[in-house]
Design a protein around this ligand. Structure first.
Ligand code: NAP
Length: 162
């Protein structure tokens, strides 16, 4: 099965200048908890925005059309088409972590969405479309107020395909 994991602001912004538009440590902690132990799939641009780092405790797989990409990183998994992604998701919960290009190309196949909504509006150049509520229902919601270390109130949402 395929699960999307991402954070957006109130306007759907997810990225700015190849980075996240905000700094919110609590969301990074949440991301770690949700993805730990799973295989994470990401687009080539997102992988590069993470400085091509392999995060501990999670298998990293990059989606790219470039056949010779990433050969220098031994631990890296690579896939080159949507079909290969579906094959990978057949016998595990595959955590698809973005960015917008990858989310768009797999939208028909996503089973679950774990979304952080940050209560603010940020300068951005990459956006996520809103969740289609005809096809997904909100299963769980946790609201978190701002605090000393986390400047913005935010909420964690779990959506499942109807
Ligand atoms: N807020 C969040 O939760 C979040 C999460 C992730 C990323 N982001 C942000 O989003 C931005 C990056 O997103 P993006 O949309 O520009 O890039 P992206 O989705 O990470 O990567 C796009 C690349 O993925 C590959 N790709 C996508 N679909 C493919 C397919 N069907 N077959 C083969 N290859 C495919 C292509 O790589 P090739 O060009 O190599 O072929 C494409 O150029 C950054 O700002 C990042 O910080 C935010």
């Amino acid at each position: 099965m395929i699960t999307y994991v991402y954070a957006q602001d109130l306007k759907g912004a997810i990225g700015y200048k190849k980075d996240l538009p905000w700094h919110l440590p609590n969301d990074l902690k949440f991301f770690k908890e949700v993805t730990m132990g799973h295989t994470m799939l990401m687009g080539r641009t997102t992988f590069e925005s993470m400085d091509r780092r392999i995060l501990p405790g999670r298998k990293t797989v990059v989606l790219t059309s470039q056949e010779d990409y990433g050969q220098d990183i031994a631990e890296l998994g690579l896939v080159h088409s949507g079909e290969e992604v579906l094959e990978l998701a057949k016998d595990q919960e595959l955590m698809v972590i973005g960015g917008a290009g990858v989310f768009k190309s797999l939208m028909d196949h996503v089973d679950k969405i774990v979304r952080t909504v940050i209560e603010g509006e940020f300068p951005a150049d990459t956006y996520m479309s809103d969740i289609d509520q005809e096809n997904f229902r909100l299963d769980k919601l946790v609201e978190v107020p701002a605090n000393e270390d986390n400047e913005y109130p935010h909420r964690f949402e779990w959506w499942v395909r109807k």
